[in-house]
Ligand binder design. Structure first.
Ligand SMILES: *Cc1c(COP(=O)(O)O)cnc(C)c1O
Length: 360
């Protein structure tokens, strides 16, 4: 095997090694068809089968109710920011946003270009060091939907329990989908760019209720921006990114082999604990950005000085621990430890953190 490092990049992010090996093995000849999966026509039966298998695998893993659809779309999670209000924010209604991070704010700003919006709660003044409490959320009258971001990739906070409202709930789950079980039926739409927990970049997974698809079908908007278009055509209205869909399906099959979402959650809790323990027992040398609602996916922390942070990143890299520089709005260090990061990767980072502190 090639020498691989532990990759803590926030996204595109590390993928299971066995998934990459399978892709390599099948690259020249997919299922005995004598060509690569990326050379197959999107109108061919093997691609139709691939897409329906990927939908089936995701439904199985997340226990998605029968009347929901799984769509494979393009344009990243960022395209969902405006596609959602285009479909579900009619005149006279207000879209409600809970702003717990940069991406939540971006989603809000895009919706503001489409229709009327309302900030139902925000942690911006505290630089997003926590998730809002249920009591802090104040919905507007005539709310069309409430939008939340399940995991704040940049700040390292994560909803511990999802809120429930009398209006439809929409969630950006780009950085923690499939990291833990949850009740899909509480949401009308869930979306996730694949490049964190699902596969390579270039594909966005959308889980959408029948109710929302019916609303979407009635909208007079561009065809490609309409969820109903993609649901009716099984994500084959136009040419989808077939290779990324293939990769996502391999990741889903890998996850099933790991024992599914319950099993991976246990492992994710263990992995995050390994790092938070080092932070919490460092006598303030490592200082976590999140004060509560700490994320299992993105562990963010500072060191006593920016100089030490620079050295930390550099020396970590020399030790095969790559991609640890934090986002500029938080600074410091961010360790992204998505599903595909093995426990051994977190242990190696924890060892490095203890050693670094001793030397500093
Ligand atoms: C990465 C990320 C995005 C942006 O995704 P793109 O696919 O680059 O548009 C949006 N939301 C969250 C929570 C993310 O982590």
């Amino acid at each position: 095997m090639v020498n691989r490092v532990y990759n803590f990049y926030p996204g595109p992010a590390t993928l299971p090694e066995t998934v990459l090996a399978t892709a390599q093995e099948e690259l020249l000849n997919y299922k005995g068809l004598g060509m690569s999966v990326m050379e197959l026509s999107h109108r061919s039966a093997p691609i139709e089968e691939l897409i329906s298998t990927a939908e089936k695998n995701l439904k199985e893993l997340l226990n998605i109710p029968e009347d929901y659809r799984v769509l494979f779309l393009q344009g990243g999670a960022s395209t969902q920011f405006y596609m959602i209000p285009f479909n579900f924010l009619p005149k006279g209604k207000t879209a409600n946003y809970v702003i717990t991070g940069n991406f939540a704010e971006k989603a809000y700003k895009e919706a503001a270009k489409v229709g009327q919006v309302h900030v139902a709660a925000s942690t911006k003044e505290e630089n997003h060091t926590r998730i809002v409490t249920k009591e802090e959320i104040q919905l507007s009258n005539d709310a069309a939907y409430v939008h939340i971001t399940s995991n704040n990739t940049i700040f390292g906070t994560q909803w511990q329990e999802f809120p429930e409202f009398a209006v439809p709930l929409v969630a950006d789950m780009s950085s923690d989908i499939l990291s833990r079980p949850f009740d899909v039926s509480k949401f009308d739409l869930i979306y996730a760019g694949a490049q964190k927990n699902l596969g390579p970049s270039g594909i966005t997974v959308v889980i959408v209720s029948r109710k929302f698809l019916d609303i979407s079908a009635e909208q007079n908007i561009p065809t490609m921006l309409k969820y109903a278009t993609h649901a009716e055509k099984n994500s084959l209205y136009n040419t989808p990114p077939t290779f990324p869909i293939y990769m996502v399906n391999l990741v889903l099959e890998w996850l099933k082999e790991q024992g599914g979402v319950e099993k991976i959650e246990q492992q994710n809790r263990q992995k995050a604990q390994i790092l938070y323990d080092v932070i919490d027992t460092s006598d303030g040398f490592y200082k976590g950005h999140a004060v509560k609602d700490r994320s299992m996916m993105n562990v963010t922390f500072r060191l006593p000085s920016e100089e030490l942070e620079k050295r930390f990143v550099k020396e970590a890299e020399e030790n095969g621990l790559v991609g640890l520089k934090g986002h500029r709005s938080v600074g410091g260090i961010r360790a992204s430890i998505y599903n595909a990061m093995p426990v051994a990767g977190c242990e190696a980072l924890a060892d490095f953190m203890r050693e670094f502190r001793k030397k500093a």
